[in-house]
Design a binder for this molecule. Structure first.
Ligand SMILES: Nc1nc2c(c(=O)[nH]1)N[C@H]1C(S)=C(S)[C@@H](COP(=O)(O)O)O[C@H]1N2
Ligand SMILES: [Mo]
Length: 527
């Protein structure tokens, strides 16, 4: 008899916990969709990713078949985990509910109210505080673009509401499932079968699942899986059109910043911290600057690089107004997605480091950082923080999202060059004239010339700079090639920066400070 009762309570607790977990998940997805509040689904992977070493990070990417697949695994695992924990806590709740049957249902309910509810409330509070402690670094995330100091308490509050919903729904569902039947003399019926109530609670759970599914589907459609890791393969033009520009993001669903709630906070070790609205930023004297971006993961011959004309204001304007303390050494940059990275204060004060709001004459596209991002010429893409909401001057070295994994410490883009056109994977006919084209990029050091080798690097022919580029952008080279004999050709390309310094020749892998070396291709010429 007691065993049966125990089993009923455990079962009721488990079901009630699961329904509570579904309600909590729904609340999380609603607050994510409407208010941009980051749920543990996104915060936990973001908290965890920087703690991995680069090797572990890459091993996971390989294991799951890509960064996007790894992200999908991350959210699915947290979703499954949080529902499992919710159900298990419900089970525990059922087990500690060991009230002997008191004389009347009312006193029984009161009794339970005194103990289980306090226990549940306490558990929810403990869970909340523990979550805040663990997720601390990711709390200043706001996918609608609230500045970090506001984002953190809003995230904490969102989490509390979600957890409280869990506790409330768990208690209500459990109470419903275990409510003692009350004999209803007037109607002469005892409509109190456990089965019927389980059906009611189960139906409520199903409705919650449906709601959660609809919202999850909506977010999934917005997810970055469709474009994260998109490369620029050409056609090669000096300026990359926005829709062909390469994309890299850590996010499952990128921010959808509300320009009217967005603020850029300048703080940390400054005399006059302040925050700027979008109109205040765009009202300042702006410039247009062509700058090429390249990801640190852009291996030799890969295409995680593109060039655009960015409209914005020098970050220096904002920093000069704020007055950095003499001890400041770095600027800590934050994105609405909780992403962080740092740049040396000297780089932050360089007039070419910009806070931009237009890309090729259009408002920044969402996936490139709408409404405002950083452009940090000469440093790898990761420093060019998108959806920027916070800039903090610090007096010690802080490691950003990827740097914590062990990337760096050198984030300066070396001279890099590559072939782009034509596609030479198929053999070419002897007698054809091949118009070779490609890019050569010197970070923030400009380009003076490029050379092509047709013999694996033993001799070099000058290429023509069809587009000279700017100090901060790539140049486009071209070379008319007329192979005179059939056979295999080993082509290579190299460049020289504006000061005449040559492209580093020795090959280097992308870990930990980015790839180096000549792009080499093999071409078959057939008679
Ligand atoms: N807020 C934020 N900024 C970010 C990232 C990010 O995930 N979040 N990714 C960085 C990386 S690794 C690169 S290479 C560039 C890519 O910029 P793009 O997608 O506009 O080409 O953005 C950087 N800025
Ligand atoms: Mo990157």
């Amino acid at each position: 008899m007691t065993a049966v009762r125990l089993l009923v309570r455990a079962g009721a607790g488990l079901l009630a916990g699961l329904v509570g977990g579904l309600a909590m998940t729904l609340v999380m997805l609603v607050s994510r969709s409407l208010l941009g509040i980051s749920p543990p689904l996104e915060m936990i992977p973001d908290r965890f990713a920087p703690t991995l070493t680069i090797e572990q990070f890459f091993a996971l990417i390989v294991q799951y078949g890509g960064y996007n697949e790894l992200k999908q695994f991350g959210v699915s695992a947290v979703l499954a985990g949080q529902l499992a924990v919710a159900a298990l806590l419900g089970l525990v709740y059922g087990l500690v509910d060991r009230n002997p049957s008191p004389p009347s249902p009312l006193s029984r309910a009161r009794e339970r109210g005194r103990r289980s509810h306090w226990l549940l409330g306490g558990a929810v509070a403990v869970l909340w505080v523990a979550s805040l402690a663990i997720l601390w670094p990711t709390l200043p995330t706001s996918f609608i673009g609230l500045p970090p100091t506001l984002a953190a308490p809003v995230t904490a509050l969102g989490l509390l509401v979600a957890y409280a919903t869990y506790g409330l729904v768990l208690a209500l569902a459990y109470g419903e499932l275990t409510r003692p039947g009350k004999p209803d003399g007037a109607r002469g019926a005892m409509a109190t079968s456990i089965g019927r109530r389980a059906l009611l609670v189960g139906g409520f759970g199903a409705a919650l699942t449906l709601g959660t599914g609809v919202l999850a589907r909506r977010l999934w459609d917005l997810a970055s899986f469709a474009y994260d890791g998109a490369r620029f393969w050409g056609p090669l033009t000096p300026i990359t059109p926005n829709d062909l520009f390469y994309v890299v993001t850590k996010n499952v669903v990128d921010p959808g910043v509300e320009r009217n709630v967005w603020r850029l906070e300048i703080g940390g070790l400054v005399e006059r911290p302040r925050s700027y609205s979008f109109t205040e930023i765009t009202a300042l004297a702006s410039t247009v600057q062509e700058t090429t971006l390249m990801c640190i993961s852009n291996g030799v011959g890969d295409a995680l690089m593109s060039n655009a004309r960015w409209t914005g204001i020098p970050l220096r304007t904002l920093l000069d107004a704020a007055g950095p303390h003499p001890g400041g050494i770095e600027a800590l940059l934050r994105g609405a997605d909780g992403y962080t990275d740092t740049i040396p204060l000297a780089k932050a004060l360089d007039p070419s480091t910009l806070v931009v709001f237009e890309m090729n004459g259009e408002p920044l596209p969402r996936i490139h950082g709408y409404p405002v991002r950083l452009i940090v010429p000469g440093m790898y893409g990761e420093k060019n923080v998108k959806w920027v909401t916070g800039i903090e001057i610090v007096d010690h070295d802080v490691k950003g999202f990827y740097e914590q994994q062990g990337w760096g410490p050198d984030f300066e883009i070396p001279i890099r060059s590559r072939f782009y056109e034509p596609d030479l994977s198929e053999p070419i006919r002897l007698g054809a004239v091949v118009g070779l084209r490609g890019i050569v990029f010197g970070g923030d050091k400009g380009i003076s010339r490029a050379e092509v080798s047709l013999d694996g690097g033993q001799s070099w022919q000058p290429a023509e700079l069809e587009y000279p580029g700017t100090r901060l952008s790539w140049a486009i080279w071209r070379y008319q090639w007329r192979p005179e004999l059939a056979g295999e050709y080993f082509l290579a390309v190299r460049g020289f920066d504006a000061s005449g310094a040559p492209q580093p020749a020795e090959d280097r892998g992308i870990v930990p400070s980015g790839g180096r070396g000549y792009h080499r291709i093999t071409v078959s010429v057939v008679a």
